[in-house]
Design a binder for this molecule. Structure first.
Ligand SMILES: *Cc1c(COP(=O)(O)O)cnc(C)c1O
Length: 297
């Protein structure tokens, strides 16, 4: 895919925070196909090209970074794209939906029941024959996404870190990271969903047997659940930005970074550790917050 990694870099936050923390700025890849989404999509795009498909279809929620990233990547790569969106069509479209449409994505809204059953609306087939459609699983979960995510740590020398921390949605990215690191390094995932009981197993399912217990999930930092937030989280985002000049998003990266700093307060991490935060991007999601909430834009 023609997105460039040359803007990505590792930044030290040591002097800003007084803690041994670096951040891998994957958010700088592309404003929309940012962070982990580029890595998760690239193997799907390769497969779609190899199979001579012309349309890329995926299922997602109305605020999904995966959906909008799929729209942007499909357009860049010359594919048509279709988004099957969970729930009735809202009266006012989210900024995420609007952006996906601007990238040419055709959107179909389905009831929550049909969505759970992963039913593709019949109208899709009025315009496209099944054989031209390449389907990317909901949220980009799966083996192809994981294979792409193993590359996240290949472009940079990350061998000196003791802990690598990332936000977790489907866990596909965490599975890729887990497969890529040395046995001595600990991979810590911060789920952004509440009651994500099946997550542990879903991540294990993507991993080779010997890697299945090489990651750890910390479940206490969902701040109420997916796309939920508290005043405390918003204040953290602003103070983190003030100190480090690193913007975060309220759905994913703010929760993961909050967990990392809290880990030092609670003594889970010590100053002898060396932490790498993965900035998985997702900044477009902040556009659904009321104007003026954040000191960065
Ligand atoms: C999608 C997303 C994640 C979660 O990725 P998974 O591979 O689904 O776990 C994390 N951070 C950001 C910013 C995302 O957009």
């Amino acid at each position: 895919m023609s997105f460039s990694l040359q803007n990505c870099r590792v930044e030290s936050l040591q002097s800003a925070l007084g803690l041994p923390i670096d951040v891998l700025r994957l958010d700088l890849i592309h404003p929309v196909v940012s962070g982990n989404k580029w890595f998760k999509l690239k193997e799907h795009i390769k497969a779609a090209i190899a199979e001579n498909k012309t349309v890329i279809l995926t299922l997602a929620g109305a605020y999904s970074n995966h959906m909008v990233a799929t729209a942007a990547a499909s357009k860049t790569e010359g594919f048509k794209s279709i988004g099957v969106i969970r729930g009735e069509e809202p009266e006012r479209w989210s900024p995420t939906l609007q952006t996906a449409k601007e990238f040419g994505m055709q959107l179909f809204f389905v009831s929550r029941t049909d969505y759970r059953l992963k039913k593709i609306p019949v109208e899709v087939y009025d315009q496209h024959v099944p054989s031209e459609i390449f389907e990317i699983p909901e949220g980009g979960y799966g083996l192809l996404g994981k294979i792409g995510a193993t590359d996240i740590l290949q472009f940079f020398d990350t061998s000196s870190y003791t802990h690598i921390i990332s936000a977790v949605g489907t866990g596909t990215t965490l599975a890729g990271l887990t497969e890529a690191v040395k046995p001595s390094q600990k991979i810590i995932g911060v789920p952004v969903l509440k009651n994500a009981f099946s997550l542990q197993k879903e991540i294990e399912d993507l991993l080779q047997a010997e890697k299945q217990n090489c990651f750890q999930l910390i479940n206490d930092y969902h701040f109420g659940g997916y796309a939920k937030y508290t005043q405390e989280l918003l204040s953290f985002m602003n103070s983190f930005y003030k100190a480090t000049k690193v913007p975060t998003d309220f759905v994913y990266t703010a929760k993961a970074f909050y967990a990392a700093l809290d880990g030092f307060k609670k003594g889970i991490f010590t100053k002898g550790d060396k932490i790498l935060l993965i900035h998985t991007g997702g900044l477009q999601g902040n556009s659904s917050l009321p104007k003026g909430t954040l000191i960065f834009g």
